[in-house]
Each structure stands twice: as C-alpha cells, then as structure tokens.
Design a binder for this molecule. Sequence first.
Ligand SMILES: [Zn+2]
Ligand SMILES: [Zn+2]
Length: 124
Amino acid sequence: MSLPPQEPEHIAISKSKGIKIDWKDRHHSEYGLAYLRDECPCATCTGAHGTAPQKSSYGANGGGSGGKELFPMYKATLKMLSVEAVGGYAIRIDWSDGHNTGIYSFDHLRRICPCAECGAQREP
Ligand SMILES: [Zn+2]
Ligand SMILES: [Zn+2]
C-alpha cells in the first residue's frame, strides 16, 4: 500500500544554511536548518513531548501582551557540524547544539518536504 521510497539524485549540503535535494522524480526540496532540527525523527525529539505539535500557530484572538517571545539566538547559532551518509538510505546530522542521534531517511525527508506542493498533499 505504501509508495516506494523516493531516492535523491543529488544532495547539496550547506552546514550553515541547510540541505537541498534534487530527487530522481525531478522534485526539488530545500530544508532550512531550523526546520530540519524541528523535524528530527529520533526518539528523543519525537517522543519527549507526546503528540503536541509545536509549530502550528493558531491565530489566537486574545490581544497580545504576554509570553510570545521567540528565541532567535537559538536559531542564529544553530548549524550542522557534520553530515554523514547512513547505509545509502539516510543521513545523520551532527548539530551544533550537541544533538546527533537523528537519522534522516530519505523517505522521511521527502515526507517533510516544505514546498507548497507537498504541503498541500499533507493537508488532511
Ligand atoms: Zn532528535
Ligand atoms: Zn516538495
């Protein structure tokens, strides 16, 4: 029932910016660092907070005085120290915040592609 895994044709890695992938089906994906870090598939990142999503922002209608501070410094300093291939089906990213247990399979990367087209497909 599941689709065959997508394979990358070419991967461009910038440790300070993110990863770009050209897929064999000619799709193109660009992942920013913060996005990749947020989408880390490891057990720690996916299990620690239950199922509560952090990134969907409801347009709350309360007027805004209050703790709505983001932490731009965190994202400004985030970068990849190294990226290594894992078994031909995934990459492992060593983050500057010390996290390095996330194995990003190409299947996962394709699924989290942030482009508008894929985003529309993920809509329920
Ligand atoms: Zn993780
Ligand atoms: Zn896409």
